[in-house]
Design a protein. Structure first.
Length: 164
């Protein structure tokens, strides 16, 4: 079993990223639970999306101490930090010395002309580095959502990117 917490601010696609990862796990026949937390303000305030992926049935579907944090905003990272969690982050927006960073927002702006796709770049990088689900399962999950073509391009950029 692995638990992943995506953190950022409203509008960055944190909840979508966690949803796509959970759907990809389900496509593979794994058990997955997804939950989220965000303020009433939504855009601009801290947001999180949690995912648990397991080969066995999930007894408790909420993440208390994540194994991994995928961060898209420094304030959100500080709000949702959990000791012992492995860190992966958007090094375009977070200046951090530990964990694995990737310039997701910079890549999204350069290659897709929009920072909105940084979340899918991070998913691609996560899948390549951790292999908790297959790239094909993520592609299939993305096909079910809005802006599938753009999100798929972003995901492929993340698969091919090297970290900072």
């Amino acid at each position: 079993m692995v638990s992943i917490r995506f953190v950022g601010f409203g509008g960055q696609g944190v909840v979508l990223a966690s949803t796509i990862l959970a759907e990809a796990a389900n496509i593979e026949g794994k058990h997955a639970a997804q939950s989220q937390s965000y303020s009433a303000q939504v855009r601009g305030d801290v947001t999180r999306g949690d995912v648990i992926i397991s080969e066995e049935p999930i007894v408790y579907p909420l993440v208390e101490h994540p194994d991994m944090i995928v961060a898209m905003d420094e304030r959100a990272l500080k709000s949702y930090w959990s000791d012992g969690a492995e860190l992966m982050y958007d090094s375009s927006l977070i200046d951090y010395a530990e964990g694995k960073g990737i310039d997701a927002t910079s890549i999204a702006i350069k290659e897709l002309s929009s920072a909105l796709y940084a979340n899918m770049i991070l998913i691609g990088y996560l899948v390549r580095e951790k292999g908790m689900v297959s790239a094909d399962s993520v592609r299939r999950a993305l096909a079910k959502h809005a802006k599938a073509e753009e999100n798929l391009k972003a995901f492929e950029l993340g698969l091919a990117a090297s970290g900072a």
